[in-house]
Write a protein that binds this ligand. Structure first.
Ligand code: NAP
Length: 348
């Protein structure tokens, strides 16, 4: 049981991010005081939405410089906080040139650095860490013999070479649990979203979520989509999950935070239904051998295609619905509102 004093500031790492921006906004709307860490609080663009939130909630949002790779850089901002929400970590899709540098070091060393600051900050009682369903499974083929993944499952198949993003999230979460187990002052709750979609508060995020939705505008799927199942969840529900996990005294362990499984083709159909037929929306699924042939050009490995395309995928989110009392928006609503926001921002 961990009671967080609601009058104390909440620290959110990676405040510029797609998910973190909604966490910051909801915390402010709920009346909390927020300290958001960003790499460069002085940067001329990319922080507009945070400045607007600070203006709308005077005196309750401050920005603090911190870098995942800079030891001790989170300590100052954390002083006096009881709740730390650690979201910062790169989420990149497509071709990765240097997995260590782009993904694994920031995820793993970043987690170590943030938690070293937690260890050094006596006020902290709880850390909510943004993990992922990819710390639960690596490939869709890992479903073999299961009806659905649960919080008891761990990704055992990803490596630095195969599914490096999933590997980065798995090693970072494991490290977080190992560090937490060495002490008793603060507890850890981990949130495991599927592919997060839904309207973004910023056009500057490099999140793989935004990149994935761009496939529906840049003609990537004009000839057809891969038969790829993915679990989708609304960014606003993911933000709520973090906050609820932070302030629910009994919350503990891992929480799968996905709404439902869909496919690239189904997303395309939802978009066609809402916005009319566009050439960039997929109309059919391509045979697996064709996807395999084209994989290197499309920034995928043939192994990825083999172990993911054509495999069913399912998650059991009942623990999150029951213990955190969350209900998830239907994927259709999330997808339509995400695309509408892209249109409004001139991106689609
Ligand atoms: P995002 O918009 O790209 O956010 C990533 C955040 O991490 C940004 O604020 C970024 O800061 C920060 N960051 C990256 N490298 C950093 C470094 N070296 N030092 C300090 N900050 C650094 O992506 P997102 O989708 O919101 O992802 C947020 C978290 O959710 C990540 O942990 C991700 O793994 C997890 N997640 C995402 C999804 C999804 O579908 N989006 C699903 C499951 C889990 P800058 O703005 O300075 O780059």
């Amino acid at each position: 049981m961990t009671d967080i004093d609601p009058t104390k500031p909440v620290l959110v790492t990676g405040g510029t991010g797609y998910i973190a921006s909604w966490i910051v906004r909801y915390l402010l709307e709920d009346g909390y005081t927020v300290r958001a860490t960003v790499r460069d609080p002085q940067k001329p663009s990319g922080l507009e939405h945070l400045h607007a939130l600070a203006k709308a909630h005077p005196g309750r949002l401050t920005l603090h410089a911190a870098d995942l790779l800079a030891e001790g850089s989170y300590t100052e901002a954390m002083a006096g906080c009881e709740l730390v929400i650690h979201t910062a970590s790169p989420f990149l899709v497509g071709r990765i040139k240097d997995a260590q540098r782009q993904l694994i070091r920031p995820a793993l060393e970043g987690t170590r650095n943030v938690l070293a600051s937690v260890d050094a900050t006596p006020s902290v009682k709880r850390v909510v860490l943004t993990s992922s369903v990819v710390a639960i499974h690596g490939d869709n083929a890992d479903m073999k013999g299961k009806s659905a993944f649960t919080e008891a499952d761990w990704n055992t198949t990803s490596t630095e070479q195969h599914q490096p993003y999933a590997y980065s999230k798995t090693v970072a979460e494991k490290e977080a649990w190992a560090i937490q187990a060495k002490q008793e002052r603060w507890d850890l709750v981990t949130i495991h979203p599927g592919l997060v979609l839904g309207p973004s508060l910023t056009t500057s995020s490099k999140s793989g979520s935004i990149a994935t939705m761009r496939f529906f505008t840049d003609m990537s799927f004009a000839a057809g989509a891969p038969a790829l199942e993915l679990s989708v969840v609304d960014v606003r529900d993911v933000a709520r999950a973090h906050i609820t996990a932070g302030f629910t005294p009994e919350a503990h362990g891992r929480y799968i935070t996905t709404a439902e499984t869909t496919s690239m083709l189904e997303i395309g159909r939802t978009l066609s239904g809402a916005f009319g037929r566009r050439l960039s929306f997929p109309r059919n699924e391509l045979p697996k051998f064709m996807i395999k042939l084209a994989a290197p050009v499309a920034g995928m490995t043939r192994k990825f295609v083999e172990l993911n395309v054509g495999w069913p995928l399912a998650f059991d989110n009942s623990r999150t619905r029951k213990e955190l009392g969350l209900e998830f928006r239907p994927a259709e609503e999330t997808i339509v509102e995400h695309f509408q926001q892209m249109i409004d921002d001139g991106l689609a």
